[in-house]
Design a protein around this ligand. Structure first.
Ligand SMILES: *[C@@H]1O[C@H](CO)[C@@H](O)[C@H](O)[C@H]1NC(C)=O
Ligand SMILES: *[C@@H]1O[C@H](CO)[C@@H](O)[C@H](O)[C@H]1NC(C)=O
Ligand SMILES: *[C@@H]1O[C@H](CO)[C@@H](O)[C@H](O)[C@H]1NC(C)=O
Length: 491
């Protein structure tokens, strides 16, 4: 393979305005922390009393059947160690490998820009196992950890302080392979190096040669493994979730469970990961009413004013309209009711993968009433075990990603980067993922006289085809969210 030169990708993280940090905005003068009360009390009361038929639980916890699709790529690696990375950054890394391949160039391990929201300066090698990355892609492209000394002048500072011939600054969003051949290859040939920045979302999903598409998937689903200490912490969490110390074990009776009891405890040894993104940004941007009363409504309106100068599309609709259209994020209470209606009993082990929840413990506590065995990183590990990831948002997210990939069922309460990344990765491995039917739920929750049995019935009907059924990628959709058919083959 002719090496046309080096491609250095300075990989900034792309963040839509939605995630702009509040930063300097002054704290609200309203106390929005008056405990938000449950909004669907009759449903909640019924859900807490729920009895789930055995048959229904069996279906819920059973793995997906073979759907006739398998990953096309194969490697000697144990699939259990396949975990992904940090969503946006990860997609950028996969695209960087693909671009290097298109250009026959050597890739320099991408530089990750400091994430503006989480202020996490973790580098590629802080998050991902670099040696695994390089060896997994050996034979596909060549990768170097650092620039060879003759190019050592090509630094971030060098590019930050002037216009440079070797810097490609104007790669269009979703550029084609030809764009790189026409615009970057000549620079590589002339100078031996090209630095592409910005680089997020700079390679198209359409009309690429099949080998390039598969290489992107190979990077995403195989070559990107988290550093060992993240995997170890993830494994610790998974094993606490799967093998909880029960009361009887604690008393020394290891074998009290007879067969019958095991039958009743469908889902024992199994767990659900709930990715709950319900933060102030999202709550404010949705322009929905979450029942925290006037104080909360005012606080969210003020936030919209400060962050987006009030330019929020949803603001032109009423709360009822937004709910009917399924445009409101589900609250912890609502996602709890959804899970309960689907048939998850109160002995379900639920792992909460999330950052802060707007409204704090008072919102979480409603969910906990439905799922008393709810856990998170803190409840399952000691401060000592978490020491290496403490305060590092990327690593904390990496741990949640790892646990999400090991769960029997994954459900996300809100679409977003993490949701899409995990959804795609789980589709690749044929793992169960429940996608809430937002429009249906919005309508059901609007009906204040809804009875539990009707709710349950409608929820089950509305989610039959939303549990991980293969959806083929359509034009323009991301290969990382919809890996079939590009990266999966029909068995
Ligand atoms: C689950 O619900 C049953 C029946 O309502 C109750 O007896 C039991 O204590 C609950 N389990 C937990 C873990 O709360
Ligand atoms: C890259 O290498 C392949 C195979 O050796 C060759 O067909 C292709 O033209 C090369 N592309 C460039 C841009 O050099
Ligand atoms: C609301 O729910 C009740 C009871 O479940 C049902 O009879 C009624 O038709 C529903 N109303 C609407 C507008 O869907």
């Amino acid at each position: 393979m002719a090496l046309a030169g080096l491609v250095a990708v300075l990989l900034p993280v792309f963040f839509p305005n939605l995630f702009k940090p509040l930063g300097r905005a002054s704290p609200s003068m309203f106390s929005e922390w008056n405990a938000p009360k449950p909004r669907h009390l009759p449903l909640l009361k019924a859900a807490i009393q729920r009895q789930i038929p055995f048959r229904q639980q069996l279906d819920l916890w059973s793995p997906l059947p073979d759907q006739g699709w398998k990953p096309c790529i194969r490697s000697a690696d144990d699939m259990l160690f396949l975990d992904g990375g940090l969503n946006q950054q990860r997609m950028g890394i996969c695209d960087a490998v693909a671009v290097a391949k298109i250009l026959n160039a050597t890739l320099v391990i991408p530089h990750l820009e400091v994430n503006p929201v989480w202020q996490d300066a973790s580098s590629f090698s802080d998050i991902f196992d670099v040696d695994h990355f390089i060896s997994a892609l050996e034979g596909d492209i060549s990768i170097v950890k650092e620039l060879p000394s003759e190019y050592s002048w090509s630094t971030r500072e060098y590019y930050a302080t002037g216009i440079r011939d070797t810097r490609i600054k104007m790669a269009p969003v979703h550029a084609s392979a030809n764009w790189y051949l026409e615009n970057v290859l000549p620079i590589l040939q002339r100078f031996g190096i090209a630095a592409i920045s910005p680089f997020s979302h700079r390679l198209t999903f359409n009309n690429l040669p099949p080998n390039i598409q598969r290489l992107r998937c190979k990077v995403n689903f195989e070559a990107l493994a988290f550093v060992p200490h993240v995997r170890e912490l993830g494994e610790t969490l998974v094993s606490h979730l799967r093998y909880p110390v029960t009361e009887s074990q604690a008393m020394g009776n290891l074998f009290v469970k007879d067969g019958r009891e095991q039958m009743r405890n469908q889902g024992s040894g199994k767990f659900v990961v709930l990715h709950l993104r319900f933060d102030k940004d999202m709550a404010a941007h949705s322009a929905c009413d979450f029942g925290g009363g006037k104080a909360e409504r005012m606080a969210l309106a003020k936030y919209r004013q400060v962050i987006w100068q009030g330019r929020v599309v949803n603001s032109q609709f009423t709360n009822e309209e937004l709910r009917g259209q399924g445009r409101c994020p589900l609250t912890p209470e609502q996602i709890g009711l959804l899970l309960a209606a689907l048939g998850f009993s109160n002995s379900t082990r639920l792992y909460l993968a999330s950052h802060k929840v707007y409204g704090g413990e008072s919102r979480i506590s409603t969910l906990r009433k439905l799922f008393p065995l709810m856990e998170d990183k803190k409840s399952l590990t000691s401060a000592e075990e978490r020491a290496k990831v403490k305060g590092k948002a990327s690593l904390l997210a990496a741990v949640d990603y790892y646990v999400s990939m090991q769960s029997d069922v994954f459900i996300s309460a809100s679409p977003g980067n993490m949701h899409n990344a995990v959804l795609g990765h789980r589709a690749f491995l044929n793992l169960k993922t429940i996608r809430p039917n937002m429009a249906l739920l919005g309508q059901l929750f609007l009906n204040k006289s809804m009875e539990w049995s009707d709710f349950q019935h409608a929820v089950i009907e509305g989610h039959i085809k939303r549990q991980g059924h293969i959806r083929l990628r359509k034009e323009k959709q991301s290969i990382y969210t919809y890996p079939a058919p590009d990266c999966m083959c029909q068995a």
